[in-house]
Design a protein around this ligand. Structure first.
Ligand SMILES: O=c1[nH]c(=O)c2[nH]c(=O)[nH]c2[nH]1
Length: 319
């Protein structure tokens, strides 16, 4: 049976690159996990064993580290764009480069005001300020993500985040749903709403000459802030409704974003039945909940600017 080669790509995955930038005694950290996937005129390497069109994955790894040193890492997106353009523009057989980036954030350790023994003195205070300039604690919040694809003509930038865990301890109801012979769920007029937000948003920017490149850091901070505010401020009748509010808020406030997709597990918190112990357990009095980890409802949707074409992949798990 004759066979033909289908979609293929290759590159070095999960290059863990940490760049320190020194500004006098103050250090800045960028901590990324960068995955490179190249595609193009690569039939021969699969069919004949000729490696003439192959830029080794080892070279792609070296490029990531060399670029971090030569160009610095301004943002996950800017770094991905540099790399994607480099691979396609410098290597003939490579026609498309896809760079995926995860960014882990760190914050400075605050030590000012107390030395290691707990006592305070002017001398220890100034030494402590010095230390916080280069001592960091990993932020327990979300992981930032970016995917940059360049095909020699235009750039597509998908920014995002995952594992942003949020909880509303009230202002969430769920009732009025379909009930059939298998329904046991009780209507709830005051429940906990909790989720781990995974979200990807697409910028309306193609990297064409003359197009102003977005300020990626600023745009990320704003997108995250708006989705958090919408989560907190929405009086919710379903996680679906909250999701839509979060997406709309981002689209309404960031004109450069055309589309945003969410994947949000409903992290169920069930009121524990304490009646065997003669105890009432009601939300209004401050209830005790059992935080279940599985199964979980999984709510996913894309919110688009009117007229935009949906391009974000439906499955966000690999982005
Ligand atoms: O916000 C919710 N959306 C649902 O679709 C759903 N289904 C369910 O059992 N609980 C919930 N909660």
């Amino acid at each position: 049976m004759p066979t033909i080669l289908g979609q293929n790509q290759y590159g070095k995955a999960e290059n863990r690159v940490v760049k320190v930038t020194r500004e006098g005694g103050t250090h800045h950290l960028k901590d990324l996990n960068v995955s490179v996937a190249l595609s193009g005129d690569l039939d021969e390497v699969h069919s004949s064993g000729s490696n003439a069109h192959v830029l080794p994955t080892d070279t792609t790894k070296n490029t990531v580290f060399a670029f971090a040193k030569q160009h610095g890492i301004e943002s996950a997106e800017a770094f991905g764009i540099l790399l994607a353009r480099h691979f396609v523009d410098s290597c003939d057989p490579i026609t498309t480069a896809r760079i995926r980036v995860e960014e882990y954030s760190w914050e400075r350790i605050e030590t000012s005001g107390a030395n290691s023994s707990g006592a305070e003195s002017a001398a220890s205070q100034s030494a402590d300020v010095d230390e916080s300039e280069h001592s960091f604690v990993r932020k327990g919040q979300e992981t930032r993500t970016a995917q940059i694809t360049y095909d020699g003509e235009s750039v597509e930038v998908l920014s995002g985040l995952k594992d942003l865990t949020v909880l509303n301890s009230t202002h969430s109801e769920f009732w009025g749903y379909i009930k059939d012979q298998y329904t046991t769920l009780q209507e709830d007029y005051d429940r906990i709403l909790a989720t781990d937000v995974a979200s990807v948003w697409r910028h309306d920017w193609t990297g064409a000459a003359g197009e102003r490149e977005p300020d990626w850091e600023h745009s990320y901070a704003r997108a995250k802030r708006h989705m958090l505010h919408a989560f907190a401020e929405t009086y919710s009748y379903s996680l679906q409704q909250t999701l839509y509010q979060m997406g709309s808020r981002v689209i309404d406030n960031l004109p450069g974003i055309a589309e945003i997709r969410f994947s949000m597990p409903n992290k169920h918190h069930f009121k524990v039945d304490l009646s065997p112990f003669g105890l009432k357990n009601e939300a209004a009095d401050g209830a005790v909940y059992y935080a279940a980890d599985r199964p979980y409802g999984l709510i996913e949707a894309t919110v688009l600017r009117d007229g935009a074409t949906p391009r974000i992949p439906l499955d966000l798990t690999n982005l």
